[in-house]
Design a protein around this ligand. Structure first.
Ligand code: AHN
Ligand code: ZN
Length: 334
């Protein structure tokens, strides 16, 4: 037992003794690469907050509901106002329980003639049930989805508004897709859960693109990007399909001093809209999505799929960090 102490000490040094890191959460070896930041307009976190609030005020945006229908018209009008030519892609999705969901992907296009295009996306529908807190399925209630849904869309609408009023315009083409019916997957207590019933809007779009030959240089998906104190890790599916651009986005975030939000660390792979855009449409797309490093088995933070996902958890500073980073990524391309 002579070696017990030195061995323990060595093991502690190698594993950053006392930490509770999960295996996938290794710190990325490389520190952020220094980036040259090209001139870029200021992103207004307060205005983004208002776009989040406007969605929540419609009520839960659950497919087949009135708030859902009205909110889709609101997006169309906003895109039109900001010079992002809107189109609505109607489709009928089939849920895990066979229910037909009248669904709408809302697409806004800027600079349609540019051949180099960047795709930005978020889902806009909200989860029909608070299944991470309610055990009894007869008591399920639809959630506000202030973060899970509205936050990503709020940032994208603010990006559109910022570009509309900017003196200096980006040179790349931009397509914003608000995917529908992302969050209608089987409830937590359901017997046979299957990934194919999530992300129905992105699956539809990837198989039926709004322009038959549509392509993009890369894509960025936003999901749960507004909570106070959120951390964004380099997520596994993003690293697998879009590693280079994932690193670029994180390097730009660090150059903008948002290292408190964007961690140089990996998180496990998840199935989100970007998975289907990568897999079915072949466009390299990353996901900026909140990861809770203290969440144990759960990727997600405590409010996820509960009634606590409401305006109280939304922080303008988080919206600003993500929005300014994505806007800078657009202006850094040419
Ligand atoms: C799964 O739980 C398989 N995917 C999570 C995607 C998601 C749900 N994003 C927001 N809500
Ligand atoms: Zn969700």
């Amino acid at each position: 037992m002579k070696l017990a102490y030195p061995a323990l000490l060595l093991a502690c040094l190698l594993t950053a003794c006392g930490g509770t890191k999960k295996p996938d959460e290794k710190i990325t070896e490389e520190p952020a690469k220094k980036m040259v930041l090209k001139p870029c307009p200021t992103f207004d976190g307060d205005s983004a907050y208002h776009f989040v609030e406007a969605q929540v005020k419609f009520g839960p945006r659950v497919p087949n509901s009135e708030p859902h229908k009205r909110c889709k018209d609101y997006f169309y009008d906003q895109f039109k106002q900001f010079g992002f030519s809107p189109i609505i892609q109607n489709f009928e999705a089939t849920a895990y329980n066979g229910k037909k969901l009248t669904s709408y992907n809302v697409i806004g296009t800027y600079n349609p003639q540019a051949s180099k295009r960047i795709l930005l996306a978020a889902h806009w529908d909200t989860r029909p049930y608070n299944d991470k807190e309610a055990q009894d399925s007869t008591k399920f209630t639809p959630i506000d989805g202030a973060n899970d849904g509205a936050s990503g869309v709020g940032i994208l609408l603010e990006i559109a508004r910022t570009i509309a009023k900017a003196e200096k315009k980006p040179t790349v083409g931009i397509d914003i897709i608000l995917f529908d019916s992302e969050d209608y997957g089987h409830p937590e207590n359901h017997k046979h859960g299957s990934a194919e019933y999530w992300c129905l809007g992105s699956q539809y779009w990837a198989k039926n693109k709004h322009l038959p030959n549509y392509n993009a240089y890369f894509g960025i998906l936003l999901d749960m990007v507004g909570a106070k104190g959120a951390q964004f890790h380099k997520e596994g599916t993003s690293r697998q399909y879009a590693n280079e651009v994932t690193n670029k986005v994180w390097d730009i975030a660090h150059a903008l001093n948002y290292s408190n939000y964007f961690k140089m660390a990996d998180s496990p792979a998840i199935t989100d809209d970007h998975y289907f855009v990568n897999k079915l449409a072949g466009i390299p797309m990353l996901d900026i999505i909140e990861y809770d490093p203290a969440g144990g088995d759960s990727y997600f933070a405590k409010y996820h799929h509960t009634m606590n996902d409401n305006m109280q958890i939304i922080d303008r500073a988080t919206l600003k960090a993500v929005g300014q980073t994505v806007l800078q990524v657009l202006y850094n391309e040419e």
